[in-house]
Design a binder for this molecule. Structure first.
Ligand code: CAO
Length: 450
């Protein structure tokens, strides 16, 4: 039997956010997580996804409406598999008990500061104004080139789906905004002119002049199974690729002797049995101390690559591995929090991340990120800088190693540190000093009190 359900705005971190685009119409069949509307606040543009699959029966919003958490966007008829598009297995499971399903996170799209103090509203965007910039839910922000096209997240996704480089598309809507028809027209024209449609890899070809992505029919060689990337993987993948291609990365490796730290951590754990105190909280404190000593690391480079913004606050992003992919919630004001507070917060954000309950606000504002694989293993790796941050600390598994103390080899617990940095901002000597400083702080945590 048909079931009418209201699709509401989840926690978006701000209220009265205007609707700048309606992505569906009455009668449309939508899949779970498909964008319903795009909202645009002073700071960000975000797409609100459908919390469940079904057919749009009624639209409750119009362009320009100001929405807040709980505002009803549409009434969706969820008649099960009969009227909804065949959902993936996981979706089908989620549909079976919609009440328990967590709302999909809204996708924030970072918008640059208004140009010359003018607000850049959709449809009114003057030519030449900088368009919104895509940002994934974990705040790995994309810095688009200055000539980036003006298109909503839905249109960008549509273009990506068709393998179209959105930079090649001319917008026909007001202010040069690219709409769906422009993307379709571009594809038709490309096909008619005999040009091969560009694939995702070929989008990069234009910029980097790379070979096209190899096309292989793997089924010729054996049994295969195709599996689409998750929504988070797709978004984080695009960001990682951009960051890897645009930032000249260098990774500085160092070791910290955490033998004493570990003894103290164990003691602390025994005194606070209800709390999980991992080495990561000490690393957060050490990173804050290092950021204070080396402010160049607590900075962001602007799009032009000519201006550095130094931050006086200390918000640390923590890469969290979830079944759907990587997210980076941010611990705010880590300098003002003690080890136990940090342990509590780390537990909370890790759980929220894995339960898909992080909101955009909890994934924004980071200064520096830590990616800890220490609970898993490894001796070192090269983490990718989370732009527009300028450095990231990778942490691998601590192991007992023989260390020469001047008289003999003594067993010490050694923690491998891998500091990747943006070489445009930080030079090798500074990075070596930062990593050595971190190692010293972790080697003698009394220094964290200084
Ligand atoms: N060396 C040795 N042991 C370590 C360690 C290290 N560097 N770091 C953590 N451990 C131990 C912990 O103490 C814990 O052991 P106990 O249960 O005996 O205390 C165990 O490993 C598991 O820790 P954890 O991973 O659950 O907790 P954490 O605070 O270290 O990390 C979090 C939390 C959320 C960062 C982590 O769970 C995670 O998701 N890591 C993956 C991040 C990631 O994917 N990065 C890659 C990004 S690039 O693709």
């Amino acid at each position: 039997m048909a079931d009418l359900k209201e699709a509401r705005v989840p926690d978006i971190g701000s209220s009265d956010v205007p609707v700048i685009e309606i992505l569906v119409k009455v009668g449309d069949t939508v899949a779970k997580d498909q964008g319903l509307v795009t909202l645009e606040s002073d700071k960000a543009t975000m797409e609100v996804p459908a919390p469940f699959a079904g057919v749009i029966k009624e639209l409750k919003v119009k362009l320009g409406d100001a929405l807040s958490e709980g505002s009803v966007i549409a009434v969706i008829e969820t008649a099960g598999e009969a009227s909804a598009p065949a959902p993936a297995k996981a979706e089908a499971a989620a549909e079976a008990k919609p009440a328990a399903a967590a709302p999909a996170p809204v996708l924030p799209v970072e918008k640059p500061a208004p140009v010359g103090g003018r607000s850049v509203l959709p449809g009114n965007a003057p030519e030449g104004d900088v368009p919104p910039q895509v940002r994934p839910p974990f705040d790995s922000r994309i810095v688009m080139p200055g000539d980036a096209p003006y298109a909503s997240p839905a249109i960008r996704a549509f273009a990506r789906e068709l393998g179209v480089d959105i930079h090649q598309v001319k917008g026909s809507s007001r202010g040069g905004r690219i709409v769906r028809e422009d993307v379709s027209a571009y594809v038709k024209h490309a096909l008619a002119s005999g040009a091969r449609p560009t694939g995702a890899a070929q989008a990069a070809v234009g910029g980097l002049n790379l070979l096209p992505w190899p096309k292989v029919d793997f089924s010729k060689f054996g049994e295969i199974e195709e599996k689409p990337l998750t929504r988070i993987q797709k978004i984080s993948g695009a960001n990682l690729a951009r960051n890897w291609a645009m930032i000249p990365h260098v990774t500085q490796h160092d070791d910290a002797d955490i033998t004493e730290l570990e003894a103290f951590r164990k003691k602390l754990g025994e005194e606070n049995k209800d709390l999980k105190i991992t080495p990561l909280v000490f690393q957060i404190k050490a990173v804050v101390a290092a950021l204070k000593k080396f402010p160049q690391f607590n900075a962001s480079l602007d799009e032009s690559g000519e201006k550095l913004t130094l931050k006086k606050y200390f918000n640390i992003g923590i890469a969290v591995d979830t079944p759907d992919g990587l997210v980076v919630p941010v611990i705010r004001d880590a300098d003002k929090k003690g080890l136990l507070d940090l342990a509590v917060e780390l537990g909370e954000i890790s759980k929220k991340a894995r339960d898909k309950k992080l909101g955009p606000a909890e994934m924004s504002g980071g200064c520096f990120s830590i990616s800890s694989l220490g609970g898993i293993g490894g001796t070192g790796f090269t983490p990718i800088v989370n732009a527009p941050e300028v450095a990231i600390l990778g942490v691998s598994k601590a192991q007992i190693k023989p260390v020469w103390n001047g008289q003999e080899f003594a067993p010490r617990l050694i923690l491998p540190l891998s500091l990747s940095y943006d070489h445009r901002v930080i030079d090798g000597a500074l990075a070596a000093r930062f990593a050595a400083f971190l190692a010293i702080q972790l080697g003698d945590i009394r220094r964290l009190l200084l």
